[in-house]
Ligand binder design. Sequence first.
Ligand code: RIB
Length: 313
Amino acid sequence: MSGPAGAAARIAVVGSCNMDIVAFAPHLPAPGETVTGQRLLQVPGGKGANQAVAAARAGGDVVMIGAVGDDAFGGLVRASLQEAGVNVSGLRVGPQPTGTAHITVDSAGSNTIVVIPGANAAVVDLTDADRDAIGNSDVLLLQLELPQAVVTAAAAVAHRAGTTVLLTPAPVRPLPAELLALIDLLVPNEHEASQLTGRADAQDALDSLLAQVPAVVVTLGAAGCSYRRRAGAPIRVGAPAVPVVDTTAAGDTFTGALAVALAEGKTVPGALRWATSAAGLSVQHEGAATSMPRREQIDAFAQGLESAVGAGR
Ligand code: RIB
């Protein structure tokens, strides 16, 4: 999976770009309830753009393929990607407005999200340049906020080229066999894993998903993550205990960092620990792209955790 020695991990992302409109409230509203919130925040998000920013800040050489609208939100999302060092040559400007995500965050940092796809829905095919970018990458990151046909087309290009395909199955929906056959590593959270399999227990869900894809990592929030390869032993990584402000995009931060770590040739346990450290840093800050750590911050935090574990032995 890794490119030339010493070169940055090459990551392609085919995914969504949104503006996140975030209401911070004491608790998430129940159906029919009106809650008075404390603050409103507007920050760049979208699972695709988030993973691109996370991977770039983690040290990857990242290209983003997606779409924004010809509007102020689109300009802000583009600027956020560029500021992180993401190559935006694959970012189309569609006639529809930029996608938006309407997020409520409660006092424990948990959230609910409603996404209006906007321009994301217009990404229906790949250009020759997109195919080249995917084929020249070590890892392709996919999620399910673009039309399924283009997600499958991108996975097929990667599969043919030997580019490793990671899929975040969110927003969760049944995955067709045609797409599953192209996935190297599925990265659901525990809720998505349960919804995909009908198994309430995350470990049972993970084992069941292994019948469909060769490797799975289930993110478990404050409990870390659980990984397994077909015919391999399970690997469990705990999460650091940190003050949680906002969990939005913690999974995207984990996935972006994981892609970089795997492409750089870190061992799977090492890559999982590093990605978990990145997510542990992101939950301590508000917003999506605004919360993602830089490589040196991840290194320092991961190192501190290793030392603490070593001192506790
Ligand atoms: O994964 C978090 C993201 O989901 C948010 O940034 C929001 O835009 C939605 O796509």
